[in-house]
Design a protein around this ligand. Structure first.
Ligand code: UD1
Length: 378
């Protein structure tokens, strides 16, 4: 009998799990492939939420999260614990996604063990090695180690070509985040979100919902304080017309300042990190989004919800070109001014509020599986 292609998907954090879930499902449905899932569990609670939602049971769970882990410890633990697993599983391919520490370390281990590495969401670049930190370097390391680059867009393909990656190693597949978003959007909004919207009077014609997320390492310290100051000013300035909802990432460097500066403000709701289902439904009901995250930029673009990106650079210029995203940095005054403009000026708002799909057709997972099966060394 023909040997099945053994593919191990490796991921560790919540966003990787969201984006890999459709891929894992498509791999499992393909008769020519034997699919395995290994999680580093770089995140514990936040990863488990997503695994449950998409009903994914890992074949192996390395359970590597430690409280307030630093990058070196985490990297060392991934090397030490994932290497024996790969030697034992001996896969033909490993798939990694994005730009986390899990991706950086796993893709190098793929190279060390002569396992073919497929990199999902390949070719994103800000061009600034310190932003986002350490993700910009993580993605470049993954690109050096990868055999097959599953680029979400033509723009990301061009980034890879410019770095000397041969064209035959690149497939433009779209980003599976759109597959995940479409699937989850079809499910009904969970009751706790319906209750929250009703309680705060959030509906068309009622209060406007501003959804906030912020967790980037380069925003630790003064920038996150400045972001919180802006949120407080906005909550006071629009006390009667706006409600802010901020699900706060579990990283202690984010938890501490956010709760210190914003807890108790009248029209700000701070929540524990949300499961993907309620988060998507908040995004769908948001008037606008304030974020420093990556996946939310893609989701907002797909949903046509204007998003102000609280960073200096973005690796997702497609959303800016589509007009749905705008970079605003992390200074208090700028965040307040740009948010106020979208709240006060209907024309400025409408200019941003239209859905666009530069990030894929919603069938990225199938395109990724096909690219794997079609891959031939040249
Ligand atoms: C990581 C990724 C980042 C990604 C983000 C998504 C790296 C370097 N960073 O950042 O690219 O955008 O995930 O969320 O890979 N924690 C918990 N429970 C959880 C998750 C985190 O308690 O479920 C706390 C722990 O104290 C942990 C800390 O958060 O030590 C930091 O987690 P870590 O994975 O190192 O970095 P993130 O900031 O989550």
């Amino acid at each position: 009998m023909h040997h099945k292609l053994r593919v191990v998907s490796i991921f560790g954090t919540r966003p990787e799990a969201v984006k890999m879930a459709p891929v894992v499902k498509a791999l499992a449905a393909e008769p020519q492939i034997e699919s395995k899932v290994v999680v580093t569990a770089q995140h514990r609670e936040m990863l488990d939420q997503v695994l449950g939602l998409f009903q994914i049971t890992p074949d192996l769970d390395l359970n590597l999260m430690r409280p307030d882990q630093n990058l070196a410890e985490l990297t060392a633990n991934i090397f030490a614990n994932l290497d024996p697993v790969l030697r034992q599983l001996k896969p033909d391919w490993m798939l990694v996604q994005g730009d986390t520490t899990t991706v950086m370390a796993a893709s190098l281990l793929g190279y060390y063990n002569r396992i073919h590495v497929g990199h999902v969401e390949a070719g994103l670049r800000t061009g600034d090695r310190w932003q986002p930190f350490p993700e910009e370097l993580n993605r470049r390391v993954a690109s050096v180690a990868a055999d097959l680059h599953l680029a979400p867009t033509e723009h990301s393909r061009q980034n890879l070509l410019r770095e000397g990656v041969p064209d035959w190693r690149i497939a433009v597949t779209g980003n599976p985040v759109i597959d995940a978003l479409n699937e989850i959007s079809k499910r009904p909004a969970p009751p706790e979100i319906q209750a929250l919207l009703a309680e705060k009077g959030i509906h068309p014609g009622g209060r406007k919902l501003i959804l906030v997320t912020a967790h980037r390492r380069e925003n630790f310290g003064q920038p996150i304080e400045d972001i919180c100051a802006a949120l407080r000013i906005l909550s006071e300035k629009y006390a009667d017309s706006v409600h802010l909802v901020y699900p706060v990432h579990l990283n202690p460097n984010i938890q501490a300042p956010v709760y210190r500066l914003l807890d108790g403000a009248a029209n700000i709701t701070l929540l524990p990190p949300l499961d993907y289902l309620p988060l998507v439904h908040l995004e769908r009901n948001a008037y606008l989004v304030l974020t420093d995250s990556g996946g939310i930029q893609e989701e907002a673009t797909g949903l046509g919800v204007p998003a102000l990106v609280m960073r200096q650079t973005t690796e997702r210029p497609e959303g800016v070109e589509a007009g749905v995203l705008k970079l605003v940095g992390t200074q208090t005054g700028t965040i307040v001014a740009e948010t106020s403009r979208l709240l006060d000026d209907e024309q400025a708002y409408q200019a941003m509020a239209h859905a666009a799909n530069p990030f894929g057709d919603g069938h990225a997972a199938e395109h990724i599986v096909k690219a794997l099966l079609d891959f031939r060394e040249q």
